[in-house]
Design a binder for this molecule. Sequence first.
Ligand SMILES: Cc1cc2nc3c(=O)[nH]c(=O)nc-3n(C[C@H](O)[C@H](O)[C@H](O)COP(=O)(O)OP(=O)(O)OC[C@H]3O[C@@H](n4cnc5c(N)ncnc54)[C@H](O)[C@@H]3O)c2cc1C
Length: 472
Amino acid sequence: MAVLPAVDVEFEVTVPIVIVGAGACGLAAALAAKDDGAEVLVLERDAVPQGSTALSSGFIPACETQIQRDKGIEDSVDAFAADILGKAHNETDADMVRAICRESGPAIDWLMDRHGIEFILVEGFLYPNHSYLRMHATPSRTGADLIGAMTRAAEQAGIDIVTNSAVVDLYADASNRITGLRFEHPDGSDERLGCGALILACNGFGGNPEMVRQFIPDMAEANYFGHTGNQGDAIRWGESLGAATADLGSFQGHGSVAHPHGILISWALMMEGGIQVNSDGLRFSNEHEGYSEQGRRVIAQAGHIAWNIFDDRLYAFAQDFEDFRQAVAAGAIVSAADIPQLAVVSGLPEGNLRSTFEEVGRLATCEGADTFGRDFTTAPMLTPPYRAARVTGSLFHTQGGLLVDEKARVLHHDGSPFPNLYAGGGAARGVSGPSDWGYLSGNGLLTALTLGRIAGRSATAVASQSLNSDMH
Ligand SMILES: Cc1cc2nc3c(=O)[nH]c(=O)nc-3n(C[C@H](O)[C@H](O)[C@H](O)COP(=O)(O)OP(=O)(O)OC[C@H]3O[C@@H](n4cnc5c(N)ncnc54)[C@H](O)[C@@H]3O)c2cc1C
């Protein structure tokens, strides 16, 4: 893959806006551009649009939505931005955060009102550091349904999604204007296509082990739980073009993937009273800080393993999660009448397990402070019978990427924008700061949807101009 000079390259077909990748970002960009009257084409490497979006839980945080208003939830751009910046310890771009938060509510309302996608508010618990209920999801609460609904909306809008088409090379002129690209089909054949503007919506580099080793060495040995087609293409083209990148060491990890089943066990269990112990039966962290940083912490435990411990109340509560039901069906959840039996079914040392439960019991009645800083008074204490799942830590997706501005324009190192190149979602720098601890739940789909929509609108404004300048 390369960026090639556009000199003397003729394209038989030219489309005003071309989008690389048909995940949440690419489809949001396509819908926005089409709504604004632009002709748009999406190129997708896979046979069916899925991406990490299909693997996700599909929870999109957004503030000031109609659904929130109907439920009397007084969330605001200020509150949402403060939560994102707080989680990232202010080590991200505050103006971008505010721009993205401002766009979040209108983006959900737009998908509902204009494109007929049904969303519900995820209720019953708050993810770490979210001040309000603001997770929106399609009714089944799965990413597969989200991408299905967005693909159907794109088809209904008359958007062409050309699948089995991996974009390999870009063509750029002397002013770094992208004039077209080359893409390959699985049978080895290839095609060239001209464009007035290009939107990179091909996510980050989680599926590229060399890049993970280079930028996130701590997670080189962790399972990658995202879409393997995300090979860092946007970053590699960007670097060849002289684009600025930022926070390449940033990522969303997760400390709760059932092992060896490979099924996500929702962190909501921890927020509502569950605890996590290592193979010595001892807690090793404040579970309420976040599931992202917990990925690295679990990887650091013996055998890269931890156990999620909860009870029947939480087992019933978790039935609302599709992946939890799958984990149950796969035999990933064990049950035990009491602590001795829990020790037997998990293989954890009974003595340590007992002291962990005693300690948590004391903390729940405000006797002393947790060494790790967790507040145990926010949820009921665990009561027998118990349930448990053996889990490991995983890399879910990368959060660093191409530096973009509030119009989703890709920026040069000197801060000037490329004339017709845009990026969003995992292809662009996220809002999670430089590492894994800055990821506020939902930052992934938040930037996919909002920056995608912004990129679609911005590209529409320049695409025809760019094509006209080509003709003169
Ligand atoms: C298990 C899991 C659970 C998650 N849950 C959530 C959640 O609940 N909420 C949340 O906010 N985030 C969640 N995330 C993160 C979220 O999935 C991503 O942040 C989001 O899907 C990124 O969207 P995207 O459109 O940028 O990328 P993707 O959805 O990955 O789409 C990128 C597309 O580009 C295609 N592509 C790549 N390179 C090329 C190329 N050269 N040519 C053509 N096509 C190409 C890929 O095939 C892919 O289809 C989760 C992630 C995982 C792994």
